[in-house]
Write a protein that binds this ligand. Structure first.
Ligand SMILES: Cc1cc2nc3c(=O)[nH]c(=O)nc-3n(C[C@H](O)[C@H](O)[C@H](O)COP(=O)(O)OP(=O)(O)OC[C@H]3O[C@@H](n4cnc5c(N)ncnc54)[C@H](O)[C@@H]3O)c2cc1C
Length: 375
């Protein structure tokens, strides 16, 4: 029997598993598909919220801690597994923010480097951008991570750890409880049902976490928000860093390809890609960087973000149970927030001092409720 059973092997679940195993716990991760192949794979990998000053303090607190933790995490994973997550401090240039004063004051308060730029500086750094931008905000220390590599490295590191068992192709079907304790998880593994016991259970099923809580008669306001992305094939550098305008962004990869993101769609659990989204993303991208109009789109994909009210994730024990915890609802910022969210939950799970005040993320305070009868 494991000490901890983690339901969902995205970045949220794998980092909790990593943190617990490094503290000597026996951990099992159960994942319906392949670890890290849902939102954690689909995301853009910007290691910062977009327009970060517009988020609430609880999001900023997690983001700041996580941004500082990423270089060590990426290096450790590359050393352990040989898979380099390609963390690149490429900067974030925001072309359309009109609330400069608010942004600069936020940056100063939080010690995050930010500069207000005029057109000379903008075009000196990014000569390929369409003409006409007079001013912008630039955050030089923002990084990007190649998230498909990050999740591959995390999975490889967990699989190599002697105290961790990873069960892929293993779907959580339901739970067994006894009073205020969860006693076992019912699973479907390669067509066969089985049950697994553990001391403590952690729900990290991203956009599907609400479905798991539903099985316990609780409703959690985490809803899927579809995002579609494009990848342009380029064979020479077109951009130096991430560029953001009107909520859409361009991300240069180390191989020069350019990622374009992303749509925000409320379409339940539908992950299909659409021609309409492709046209809309292409229009945004080519307006920002006209050279893209001559380049082929290599790939289009979609993922489901775990949307939560105000983008503040739920991290902590769920009400009514003494041994069931959740780490979900990171919405658009699940990659940037992941290391700090996992650290917070691991501290709560191991009864050690938390680096952040857990109250703003406490599920009991933030809207987990019994499902009303006949709902
Ligand atoms: C298009 C797009 C762009 C994004 N860009 C960024 C960005 O630039 N920066 C950033 O910080 N964030 C970004 N995000 C958000 C980020 O990707 C997510 O917030 C984050 O990956 C969520 O991680 P997670 O582990 O909670 O969920 P997921 O990665 O979705 O993992 C949940 C896992 O649980 C598993 N699961 C579900 N149900 C069950 C079950 N019943 N049994 C077993 N397993 C189950 C799933 O298979 C899945 O693997 C983006 C997201 C999208 C879609």
């Amino acid at each position: 029997m494991s000490d901890f059973l983690i339901c969902g092997g995205g970045v949220s679940g794998m980092l909790v598993a990593r943190g617990l195993s490094r503290r000597g716990a026996r951990v099992r991760v159960v994942e319906r598909g392949v670890c890290g192949r849902e939102a954690s794979w689909a995301g853009g990998g910007i290691v910062s919220p977009l327009y970060p000053w517009r988020y609430s303090e609880p999001v900023t607190a997690l983001a700041n801690r996580a941004q500082d933790a990423y270089p060590e995490l990426a290096q450790a994973l590359a050393d352990e597994t040989g898979i380099d997550p390609e963390l690149t401090e490429c900067g974030l240039l925001m072309l359309d923010a009109d609330d400069h004063a608010q942004a600069l004051s936020w940056a100063q308060r939080h010690g995050r480097p930010m500069q207000a730029w005029q057109s000379t500086q903008i075009y000196a750094r990014e000569p390929g951008l369409a003409a006409g931008t007079e001013c912008a905000l630039y955050m030089p220390s923002v990084a990007n991570i190649r998230n498909p590599r990050l999740v591959r490295a995390l999975a490889a590191s967990l699989q190599a750890h002697p105290a961790v068992e990873v069960n892929e192709q293993t779907e959580v079907l339901g739970f067994e409880t006894d009073g205020d304790r969860m006693t076992a998880v019912r699973l479907l593994q390669q067509g066969r049902e089985r049950r697994l016991q553990a001391d403590t259970f952690v729900l990290t099923a991203g956009a599907w976490t609400g479905q798991l809580l539903d099985m316990l008669g609780l409703s959690l306001p985490v809803t899927p928000v579809k995002g579609q992305m494009l990848l342009y094939k380029a064979d020479k550098p077109l951009l130096s860093g991430v560029v953001l305008s009107k909520g859409r962004y361009l991300i240069p990869r180390r191989d020069h390809h350019i990622l374009v993101g992303s749509t925000l769609e409320y379409a339940a659990f539908d992950k299909s890609i659409t021609g309409q989204a492709c046209d809309s993303l292409r229009a945004s991208a080519e307006q920002m960087l006209p050279a893209l109009s001559a380049l082929p789109v290599l790939r289009q994909w979609a993922g489901l973000r775990p949307g939560a009210p105000d983008g503040v994730p739920f991290i902590g024990k769920i009400p009514g149970f003494s041994n069931v915890y959740v780490n979900a609802g990171h919405y658009r910022n699940g990659l940037v927030l992941a290391p700090a969210s996992a650290d917070l939950l691991v501290a709560l799970l191991t009864n050690t001092r938390t680096a952040l005040d857990p109250a703003p993320y406490d599920p009991a305070r933030r809207g987990i409720a019994p499902v009303p009868p006949h709902s």
